[in-house]
Design a binder for this molecule. Structure first.
Ligand SMILES: Cc1cc2nc3c(=O)[nH]c(=O)nc-3n(C[C@H](O)[C@H](O)[C@H](O)COP(=O)(O)OP(=O)(O)OC[C@H]3O[C@@H](n4cnc5c(N)ncnc54)[C@H](O)[C@@H]3O)c2cc1C
Length: 371
């Protein structure tokens, strides 16, 4: 790119902090750096025209885990670790709401539900059995029972007659949230350069040199917030995980309100603008979905459509308006990776399916890694 003197001087010189990725983590990292170092020059490099990972693609569940998810977490993590994860998700949601305000993100506390398929007798019974134990575990945080079972009042089919209910779960409008966050960051004078993909970086004692698809630049500190794409910048222990979603056209008199998990959270749906947004199905083809390529597959889209017809909207005429996908970053452990990689390079990645909840605090923690 043949840059002018002015472009080089204003945009690409004397940069204190460069952040790669303008998702929820990168933007929150920028906000915290600006809070701590108001005079610093901060630049965010984003490969997409809009943020192109998970933050503008997700389902907008402001959640901290269904009954079966917490039971599953307890198989792989200790009790204190599971409690810590719930606390992190609550703290992240609190920070998100404080940063942007409930109106700006359309925060609505409509409750969360967990549905059990008729064929899921074992999991259903196990959840009923463990409900009390998990409630006791969570008492330390919520001071009241979190999970109860309610009768199926939404007219869902092919599921057990009761579903798990969690009154503390909420939903946001993902688009509004990201729009508000981008606006806030830019209003502070932080520069976001879109369509700018970082290909590599190298470090000397007091600076990091970056190569992008358009130009090279030098920065004092580098923060990598590329989540599912982390491997491309040589950050290990993060695998990409594509998640596919569809949305219906508006449905007349839609009575379904809330956030819903089905089949151990492999499927999730919610109401938005009188529509149903439904996602999931990675478990049908984990191998194909371990990719950084966006796209939809017949097998998953067909399953999502079937679920709408047979289970979620069995007696309602509906049309599917649109489908899309997003890329998450996952790993063996659910804990995100927030750490210093070398003298001047830091990363905050691997947010799994929890980034709406924990993204704000992970961004803040990433910025707080420097002294
Ligand atoms: C379909 C779907 C549904 C989800 N639902 C929920 C939910 O309901 N609740 C919840 O809590 N979480 C949910 N999540 C997870 C949540 O969206 C993510 O955890 C969160 O958005 C991660 O934010 P991030 O900033 O770490 O990553 P991202 O939003 O992925 O941001 C990373 C950014 O880095 C950019 N980038 C990557 N490589 C480069 C490069 N080399 N150079 C420049 N830029 C680069 C990407 O374009 C991207 O914009 C969902 C995710 C998906 C995909």
């Amino acid at each position: 790119m043949n840059l002018s003197y002015w472009e080089i001087k204003n945009w690409l010189s004397n940069i204190d902090f460069t952040i790669v990725g303008s998702g929820i983590v990168g933007l929150n990292c920028a906000l915290q750096l600006h809070r701590r170092f108001p005079k610093s020059k901060i630049v965010i490099l984003e490969k997409g025209i809009l943020p192109q990972g998970a933050s503008t693609k997700n389902a907008g569940f402001a959640c901290f885990g269904s009954l079966s998810e917490i039971m599953d977490d307890l198989k792989h993590h200790s009790e204190p670790e599971v409690l810590d994860l719930v606390k992190q998700r609550l703290a992240g949601l609190k920070l998100l709401r404080e940063t942007l305000g409930d109106d700006a993100i359309d925060y609505q506390n409509l409750g969360g539900y967990e549905l059990f398929l008729d064929s899921d007798e074992h999991l259903y019974q196990l959840c009923i059995e463990k409900q009390k134990e998990i409630n006791t575990l969570l008492h330390a945080i919520f001071n009241s029972d979190v999970f109860s079972f309610k009768r199926n009042n939404f007219g869902f089919k092919n599921i057990k007659s009761t579903y798990g209910f969690n009154p503390f779960e909420s939903q946001i409008d993902t688009g509004k949230m990201m729009d508000a966050l981008l606006h806030k960051v830019q209003s502070l004078g932080i520069k976001i350069l879109n369509n700018c993909a970082v290909a590599s970086f190298s470090e000397d004692s007091d600076a990091v040199k970056l190569k992008t698809n358009h130009f090279s630049l030098s920065t004092k500190k580098l923060f990598i917030a590329t989540n599912g794409f982390a491997k491309q910048l040589n950050i290990p222990k993060v695998r990409p995980a594509r998640a596919q979603v569809l949305i219906t056209k508006p449905v007349a008199d839609l009575h379904i309100k809330g956030t819903f998990h089905l089949d151990e959270g492999y499927y999730y749906f919610r109401n938005i603008d009188n529509r149903i947004l439904l996602g999931g199905g990675r478990n049908l083809d984990f191998k194909t979905e371990e990719t950084t390529e966006f796209g939809q597959t017949e097998i998953i889209q067909q399953k999502l459509e079937d679920l709408l017809k047979t289970t979620i909207l069995p007696n309602t005429n509906f049309e599917i308006e649109h489908s899309w996908s997003g890329i998450m970053g996952v790993g063996q452990q659910k804990q995100p990776i927030v750490k210093q990689l070398s003298n001047n390079v830091f990363c905050g990645v691997r947010l799994g399916g929890m980034g709406v909840a924990i993204g704000s605090t992970i961004g803040k923690q990433l910025a707080d890694l420097i002294e």
